[in-house]
Write a protein that binds this ligand. Structure first.
Ligand code: SF4
Length: 201
């Protein structure tokens, strides 16, 4: 059964000392077994973490790892987004959703791609590359690992990162990557209609 989310920031579920099965890996320091016993398997009672001398909070994972910071956000929105920018953003979000990213992460990543357009950053991301296989739940593989000089499987942190890769091959629909707002694309509208259609199937 899945762990319930901890109700309080001071909870054994948030402690680095909590083992996978919920027992404490530091029972003596935590006062769960008598001092000097040396070894024991113990589960902390409800509310124990509040007074536990061994409580060591685990770092809280970033809930929005791809979110632009304020300066980046200002740069991404310095110019009003025209229809093409919005359509390109939608396309990217849909492509990322199909790769298993949750809605917020897909939107944050698409916004990050827009910022790259604005800054004319020529680095690509694996998630925009035709050689990438996989998804968030299944993991990632580069189909051109030899050419790219990478080892499979690829970590999520790499596939979302802007980088210069010798194997990078721009994929559609994120193929709008190098078209900046206002440059125009007759195929963008058609791609968006197609992508929307796929999403509805
Ligand atoms: S070729 Fe490069 S950019 Fe493309 S998926 Fe492989 S490692 Fe990523």
């Amino acid at each position: 059964m899945a762990d319930e989310a901890p109700a309080s920031p001071i909870d054994c579920k948030r402690c680095t000392g909590r083992a996978r099965h919920g027992n404490c890996t530091r029972p003596e320091a935590a006062g769960l077994i008598p001092a000097g016993v040396g070894f024991g398997i113990a589960w902390a009672p409800e509310g124990h973490a509040g007074d536990c001398p061994a409580f060591d909070p685990a770092p809280v994972p970033d809930a929005r790892p791809y979110r632009l910071d304020r300066i980046e956000g200002d740069a991404a929105h310095a110019a009003a987004w025209d229809d093409e920018c919005i359509e390109r953003f939608e396309l990217r979000v849909m492509a990322l959703r199909r790769r298993g990213f949750v809605e917020l992460d897909a939107e944050d990543l698409a916004e990050r791609m827009h910022l790259a357009d604005v800054e004319q950053d020529d680095r690509g991301r694996c998630i925009q590359c035709a050689h990438l296989a996989g998804s968030v739940p299944t993991g990632w593989r580069c189909k051109a690992a030899g050419m790219a000089g990478v080892v499979n499987p690829l970590p999520l942190a790499l596939v979302t990162l802007g980088q210069r890769c010798g194997g990078f091959d721009l994929a559609a629909p994120a193929g709008s990557f190098r078209m900046h707002c206002g440059e125009g694309s007759s195929s963008l509208q058609a791609a968006l209609v197609r992508a929307r259609g796929q999403g509805e199937q």
